[in-house]
Ligand binder design. Structure first.
Ligand SMILES: *Cc1c(COP(=O)(O)O)cnc(C)c1O
Length: 406
């Protein structure tokens, strides 16, 4: 086999389909985010409209101070796996902060949210004898990989469809171990799961629940504990999983659950045991971010105002976006080439960066621009965004919503 030819052909296929991924090379400017310098084809200042640093915590003074302090106190890396010299005081404090955030007995840190899903689901579903996983059809790749890794039986239930979930649960023996895996805020459509109803079904059919709150932690609930906190449901979930890399603005992932469950995953998960612990400065920064958002609501409030404002402005110019109850605004384009063209032009001509979201992240025909307004976007930023989108929609002859529907 000619290996290089094989790689090249596979990449050419991707390009032809409009699904080849190109990095936007950015230099974020601390203190003036969402501003950054684009170092790619287009050199110059850009405004980022697609970041998962949802609240701008990645440049928050409390986070930076905690990280500087820990870096000077402890040095750069953790120096080992958690079991072999890598458990620092900052890791322990962060796990306590996370357990408290979710009202759970314990929490367990991982190097990322991806790894936390992969390792925790892989271990729980793989080790509990005869466990079957009931997985929402739109679950994130990290959950799917974890479930696959577990080799446990799995059933995919239609997205957020309680009737389908119940039909599948009811067909299983009551005593068979079951794990229902789902998300609160789904990242591409921005819709929210009926958590209470799912917990009711879990109780009725004797199932555990595993909730990915990656796009909700820091953002919802009086202390930023997520949708389950907002709805008073945290104690009903077996496992709450989250990231430190999105609204908390740093990096890392975790689960929060009972002491026994966390100890079980700690003791059996390869993806927890055999990897270097996150740097103490990262742990200290994440803990500072969580602590700040437990008591400060202003970031969440201003974010929601910005989201409402951008939605209203899109409606006013008839640009179709998915209505949902979250902070994520998917603007539908429905064609991978057009989606990429709009994104490229926004960057080159308007200094606006919104990554095109194409297959396989979303189904073909639902290509979109995923806009994430934050409290650090100004009114002038919103004006510039709306003006640019209005121009481009005319240029690309994309459908607008009928005015009567507005
Ligand atoms: C981003 C994401 C993850 C992974 O979190 P990272 O900390 O970025 O690895 C997990 N689940 C969902 C739903 C995500 O969108």
């Amino acid at each position: 086999m000619n290996y290089q030819d094989y790689f090249k052909t596979a990449l050419d296929d991707l390009r032809e389909q409009g699904n080849y991924r190109v990095f936007a090379e950015l230099e974020r400017h601390c203190g003036s985010f969402p501003r950054a310098t684009s170092r790619g084809e287009k050199n110059g200042d850009v405004t980022i409209w697609c970041s998962n640093d949802y609240l701008g915590m990645g440049q928050h003074p409390s986070v930076l101070n905690a990280m500087h302090e820990a870096l000077d106190r402890c040095g750069a890396g953790a120096g080992g796996t958690r079991n072999i010299s890598g458990t620092t005081h900052d890791h322990v404090l962060l796990e306590a902060e996370l357990a408290d955030l979710h009202g759970k007995e314990a929490a367990l840190l991982f190097t990322s949210g991806y790894v936390s899903n992969w390792a925790a689901l892989g271990t729980l579903a793989g080790r509990i004898p005869d466990c079957i996983v009931l997985s929402d059809a739109l679950n994130h790749a990290s959950m799917i990989e974890g479930i696959r890794q577990s080799k446990a039986d799995r059933l995919i239930w239609a997205h957020n469809d309680l009737a389908d979930l119940e039909a599948k649960l009811a067909a299983l023996p009551l005593e068979r171990p079951k794990l229902i895996a789902f998300e609160s805020v789904y990242s591409m459509d921005g819709d929210i799961a009926p958590i209470k109803d799912i917990c009711d079904l879990a109780d009725k059919y004797n199932a555990m629940t595993y909730l990915d709150e990656v796009h909700a932690v820091g953002l919802y609930g009086p202390r930023g504990g997520g949708i389950a906190e907002r709805e008073g449901l945290m104690d009903r979930l077996t496992v709450i999983e989250g990231t430190l890399g999105k609204a908390f603005g740093v990096m890392g992932g975790y689960i929060a659950a009972s002491a026994e469950l966390c100890d079980f995953v700690r003791s059996f998960a390869s993806g927890f045991i055999f990897t270097t612990a996150i740097p103490p400065a990262v742990a200290a920064g994440a803990a500072a971010s969580i602590r700040h958002l437990k008591t400060s609501d202003v970031e969440r409030q201003v974010q929601q105002e910005k989201v409402t404002d951008v939605r209203a402005r899109l409606d006013a110019i008839g640009i179709p976006h998915v209505e949902n109850p979250s902070h994520i605004i998917p603007v539908m384009v429905g064609d991978p080439h057009k989606c990429k063209f709009i994104s490229d032009t926004l960057l080159k001509e308007h200094g606006i960066y919104i990554q095109p979201i194409n297959y396989p992240t979303v189904p073909k025909g639902t290509e979109r621009l995923r806009i994430t307004p934050s409290p650090v976007h100004s009114a002038a930023d919103v004006d510039a965004l709306i003006g640019a989108l209005e121009d481009l929609w005319a240029q690309c002859q994309l459908a607008r919503m009928p005015l009567a529907a507005q």
